[in-house]
Design a protein around this ligand. Structure first.
Ligand code: FCB
Length: 442
């Protein structure tokens, strides 16, 4: 049997990613909480509830588990509505709560990566039109300033906004997120304001911390023409790529937002990324569908034969991950994989998903693309937005009734990867023998 070790560079960041609303519980002052109250919005009418009860203090033991399992970094997010519960009120205790979290990570030798906005908006902000409102970027910058000031002792790695494309598609192009709109004009305005908000926050953070590294977590979805020889499929793929994957990072490069066949200069956004945050899950095929107006004249589906996650949400496409990293590397910035993972409550396919995706990261690193770290989504099962509790992305499982953490075997696999800073034939034979020959051909 082949024996081999694929090593990662010294100092590579290995962690998991979480988001405030999904793990904290008890967030009743933001637009997602309101959204949950509306019938039909969340799968099976489920509620976020206590989530993983981080607000009740369970973050501490989850962080300890992550540290004991060899992780040297963690990405978590701050809930804006806790820091600024009303437009004229700042909650120092909430700031202190997050400062404790960051401090604990540092004490455990872990690098904190802090996200300022991960999908949720305070109710007071949503009532003013959320990110459609031209005043929101400035309000976001003030909030960013508060948080950076409070956490600067422990944190210098920041994500301003998580997945602006998913936020906009979800909320403004019929994707099942609040405020449940479906309008290209408002989507454009939202995306433009997210850019402005990011640019202002980028400067605020740098004013406080000259050495801060600030970026965005971009959701990149692989798109391939369903019939590669068929020009309409090629065009639709290109249009989707340009609008969904490329519009936001391109505007952060050259200050011009090109979206929905419109263009707008936002010069202050030019060159406002210190790293490229890449969230990657899957890739799909795109076919031109002239009668499918609601779906932008496309039909999209997973490649026949691809391995699907239990609810069919994700197709495992490691090669597409490699392509996404190649594409991200073109921005000539350090790249952090800010999210990657799969829902799999029985943990049958996660070990091979993990190994195959991290194998692609290893390949990318050896092409000398500047990939500096990998954050698995997620540390522990958590509330998956409009999909409720139906999807389990945690290395650790969660029994939501008892708050018991369940150690899946992926915990031990990922711990071995983090501790050895490598993937090896030995761990593949142990955790996912079915893909051994793929990763380690004789
Ligand atoms: C990403 C989100 C994250 C989580 C994963 C599964 O799009 O950033 O909050 O829902 O998907």
């Amino acid at each position: 049997m082949v024996q081999a070790t694929f090593n990662f560079p010294k100092g590579f960041l290995w962690g998991t990613a979480t988001a405030a609303y999904q793990v904290e519980g008890g967030n009743e002052n933001n637009n997602w909480w309101l959204w949950e109250q509306e019938p039909g919005r969340i799968h099976n009418g489920e509620r976020c509830g206590l989530a993983c009860n981080w607000w009740g203090g369970r973050w501490r033991e989850d962080f300890d588990r992550a540290a004991d399992a060899g992780q040297n970094a963690h990405r978590f997010s701050i809930e804006w509505s806790r820091i600024q519960p009303a437009p004229d009120r700042w909650d120092e205790d909430a700031l202190d709560f997050y400062r404790q979290m960051a401090r604990r990570l540092v004490e455990r030798g872990m690098t904190p990566l802090v996200t300022l906005h991960h999908f949720t908006d305070p109710i007071w902000l949503a009532e003013r039109g959320g990110w459609e409102n031209m005043e929101t970027p400035g309000l976001f910058a003030t909030y960013a300033n508060k948080v950076a000031e409070a956490l600067k002792e422990y944190v210098n790695l920041w994500v301003t906004i998580n997945e602006p494309n998913v936020y906009t598609w979800g909320g403004y192009l019929g994707g099942g997120f609040p405020p449940g709109k479906n309008n290209l004009g408002t989507a454009f305005q939202t995306l433009a304001n997210l850019l402005r908000g990011h640019a202002l926050a980028y400067r605020e953070i740098h004013k406080i911390q000259a050495a801060a590294r600030v970026g965005v977590a971009h959701h990149v979805r692989g798109f391939e023409p369903a019939r590669p020889w068929f020009p309409p499929d090629q065009w639709m793929t290109k249009i989707l790529n340009n609008n969904f994957n490329y519009a936001f990072p391109a505007a952060l490069t050259d200050g011009r937002l090109r979206f929905a066949f419109r263009a707008l200069s936002i010069p202050e956004a030019t060159a406002t990324q210190d790293f490229f945050g890449l969230n990657f899950y899957t890739s799909e095929r795109v076919a031109f569908a002239p009668f499918s107006k609601g779906n932008f004249f496309t039909e999209r589906f997973y490649p026949p034969g691809a391995e699907l996650s239990p609810t069919g949400y994700i197709a495992s496409q490691p090669e597409a991950f490699f392509k996404a990293m190649r594409w991200a590397a073109r921005f000539k910035l350090p790249v952090l994989i800010t999210e990657n993972g799969v829902e799999d409550s029985s943990d049958l396919s996660r070990p091979r998903y993990l190994l195959q995706h991290i194998h692609q990261v290893w390949r990318a690193v050896n092409y000398n693309w500047p990939i500096k770290g990998y954050f698995h989504w997620s540390l522990v099962d958590n509330f998956e937005w409009e999909r409720g509790w139906s999807q389990r992305f945690g290395l650790w499982g969660l029994d939501i009734e008892t708050q018991t953490r369940i150690r899946r075997k992926s915990v031990d696999l990922y711990a071995a990867i983090c501790k050895e800073n490598a993937i090896s034939s030995e761990m593949t034979a142990r955790f996912a023998p079915e893909i051994f020959a793929k990763l380690f051909p004789g």
